[in-house]
Structure formats: C-alpha cells, structure tokens
Design a protein. Structure first.
Length: 386
DNA sequence: ACATCGATAAACAATG
DNA sequence: GCATTGTTTATCGATG
C-alpha cells in the first residue's frame, strides 16, 4: 500500500516535533528509514512534555567534567557520555518514561501519551497503576536509573534520593531507612564509584557518584529483566499469546499483529537497545556514505549494519553458545531503532509497505515505547490500535 | 542444608 | 553541635 497524502493528525505532528512526520526514505539496500521524533538529551523531567521536547537539544557535557580530577573519573565520565550519545543500550527509554515506567509503579511525570486521554493504552496504564506500591527495583537499579537519568551521569547522594522520591512516590512517604540502604548500596556495590567534587566549585556536601562503565551492562540487564518481568505480569499486557512471546536478548516478540493489509506478518519488535547499534560498534555510521543528521536527513547505507549482523551470525555459529534467533526466516518483520543526534530512527525492512495510518501508529507507538519504556506495552498498544 | 543476594538496621567516623 | 555522608558489620528473608 502506498503512502497517501492524508492529513496528518495534529497530535501526531506535535509528537513528531519539527521533524517531518512522514518522510520515509530508502537506503541503498532497500531499508526504509523512518525518522521519529527528536529524543530529549540530556534527559530531564522538564523535557518530558511535547512542547519542551522540541526545544530540547543535546548539550555537551559542561561543568561536570570540571568536577572530576583524577584519571578514572574522566574515564567514567567520558564512557558514560559517549555511550549515551551513540549507544542504543542507553536508558533513553527511561528518559521519557513519563508516568508509565512500570505499570505497577507510575511516575508523577507527564508522559507524552498522558496528553492523549483518548489513547486506550494510556488509560489502561493509568487505571492499573497503584501509586504507592513499593517499586520492584532493587536499590542498585534505582541508583543506576537515577544516575543514568542525570544529565551528566553523576549525582550526589542527595540527588539520588530526590530522583527516587520524585520517580517513585512510595519513597516519599516511606520511613527513612531506605536512604541508609541507598548509601549502603553505593558503598558496597562495585557498580558505583565515588568521585570527589572539585572543591573549588562544589556546592553541597559529599561526593558525586557515577556508574562504573564495566558494570553498566550488567545493571542494565538486571533492570530490563525486572522491568520485563513486571511488565509481562501486569494485567495491562495480558494479551492472549503475548506473554508466550519469546524474549531473547534485547528483543521481544508479539505475534499476530497486522500493521497493514499488505503486512499480514507478525511483528518482531526490536528494542531501542537493538543489536544494530550498540556500544560495541559506535562507529557504525562513521563508515557509512555520509553522516546522518536530522537536518539534511542524508541516508546512510545499511551495509555496515548488515556486516554487523553477519558478524553476529558468524559469532553465533562459531561460538555455538548463543541462541539462534528463533524467528529468523520466519516471516517476522524486524524493526530496528537507532539513534543519531537527538533523533531516533526506525529502520524497516525494504519489503515493508506501510500506509500512512500504519506509519502513524508506528510513530506513535515508538513514542509510546519511549514514554512507557516497555516493548510489551507497545505490543499491547498495537493490539488495541489495530 | 547451604550459598547467595538484597533489604534493613545500626554503629561509627568523616565532613561541611 | 548538628545534619549529612560514607563505611562497615550484622541480621533476616527469599531464592536457587
């Protein structure tokens, strides 16, 4: 089905920001590149509304670097920064989580979808969200999220407290013992490092804390598992067949979701932390025919992506320990997201034919995914939308 | 039964 | 002196 020139709903245009809503482009190998709305970097609670989303720009690390003086501090910071810029294993899905980080534990922040009360999914999430339940996350995960959600990837203890309280109202009313637990965790866990503040500039007491790069992947994995576990156990997502969807690596599967008449396939939804672009291959697009920027939307070849995938396949074959993708050659459509600058792109297979409605749904659901931080939520939304 | 992990409490020192 | 921060030890329950 061809993309029509239908009028674009205003709310969708708002979500898409200044980026053209629908400007699918085809890469040299036939992949469809679908620009999504700009992501907010650095993330902050104030950047969660659609209006501020447009004006939010990526900013270079500024003053925080001046706070660290020793060698490993610099390593900590640079790693965090670079990975955030080009690493889809970053927690960008947390940054715009809005009130739907977890169906069990809403956040008081405004989500993109919460602006659209007509969205069934948003209503479902709201109605199923007790406010003061204890979050299922361990203190390590909470600290990790707090630090990752900070603009410069480092926070003082007080900042961690505040993030937790702001994000999880439970802790606003809970007894103070949890603060002790946070400090205990910071001290005990190897995942976090204490950084001396620059005494000449520091305001406030204590040190700053950052995530050790070498433990970041593990923390992220734990976080995903926790998130996934509780997402799949929520009523919201109890779509028949959905919970049986395989979850391998960073991808999740929902079955039997048609996105257009010409696409009767099921969908394989690839997480934002897709294997296409990871911290291991940050130079992915540097090898392409040109840098992809939101301004001129120049296309990049996807050869490097294929090479990467080929390498992975070889690794899997060679290693023999990695699980083979059970859905390869199964007719599933794999959707990859990648991020360039402040934009997130959705890469569709070249054979994917989308009508405008499907594109809108994809864009909205990608936004929802970012806002909700849940791929299964996205899948459930598709079920409801179609 | 055992080890591990996470949560919690408490004591204590260092710091602003 | 006080509150906050950081470290350490101990205990308990859940889990594999």
């Amino acid at each position: 089905m061809e993309a029509s020139s239908d009028t674009i709903p205003s709310h969708t245009a708002t979500l898409a920001g200044s980026q053209p809503l629908y400007s699918p482009q085809t890469s040299s190998n036939g992949h469809v590149l679908l620009p999504l709305s700009p992501l907010s970097f650095p993330p902050s609670p104030s950047s969660l509304s659609p209006t501020t989303l447009e004006s939010t720009q990526s900013s270079p690390l500024s003053n925080s670097f001046s706070h660290c003086s020793d060698e490993h501090n610099a390593h900590c910071h640079s790693s965090a920064y670079s990975s955030d810029q080009d690493d889809l294993t970053c927690l960008s899905w947390l940054h715009q989580r809005g009130s739907n980080l977890l169906p069990l534990q809403p956040l008081p922040k405004i989500s993109l979808l919460s602006k659209q009360p007509e969205t069934p999914r948003a209503l479902s999430a709201e109605s199923l969200s007790p406010t003061l339940n204890k979050p299922p996350y361990s203190f390590s995960s909470l600290i990790f999220m707090a630090i990752e959600d900070s603009p410069n990837k480092l926070l003082p203890v007080k900042g961690i407290y505040e993030w937790i309280v702001n994000s999880f109202p439970y802790y606003g009313t809970a007894a103070g013992g949890w603060r002790n637990s946070v400090r205990h965790n910071l001290s005990l866990s190897k995942s976090f490092r204490r950084i001396q503040r620059d005494k000449s500039q520091s305001v406030g007491k204590g040190s700053l804390w950052c995530v050790c790069p070498e433990y970041r992947a593990a923390l992220l994995e734990v976080l995903k598992k926790t998130h996934h576990y509780h997402s799949t156990n929520s009523n919201l997502l109890s779509v028949p067949g959905l919970l049986e969807g395989a979850d391998y690596g960073t991808s999740m599967v929902c079955d039997s979701v048609d996105i257009s008449d010409s696409l009767s396939h099921s969908l394989l939804l690839s997480a934002p932390s897709s294997h296409i672009l990871t911290s291991d291959n940050p130079t992915l697009f540097e090898n392409s025919s040109g840098a992809l920027t939101p301004d001129h939307e120049e296309l990049v070849t996807m050869e490097s992506v294929e090479e990467e995938e080929d390498e992975e396949e070889e690794e899997e074959e060679g290693g023999g320990e990695m699980e083979k993708d059970p859905l390869s050659n199964s007719g599933y459509i794999e959707l990859h997201y990648y991020q360039c600058h402040q934009y997130q792109y959705l890469v569709l297979p070249g054979e994917a034919e989308l009508d405008l409605e499907s594109v809108e749904i994809l864009q909205l659901d990608a936004e929802a995914q970012e806002a909700a931080g849940s791929l299964l939520d996205l899948a459930g939304g598709w079920h409801q939308c179609l």
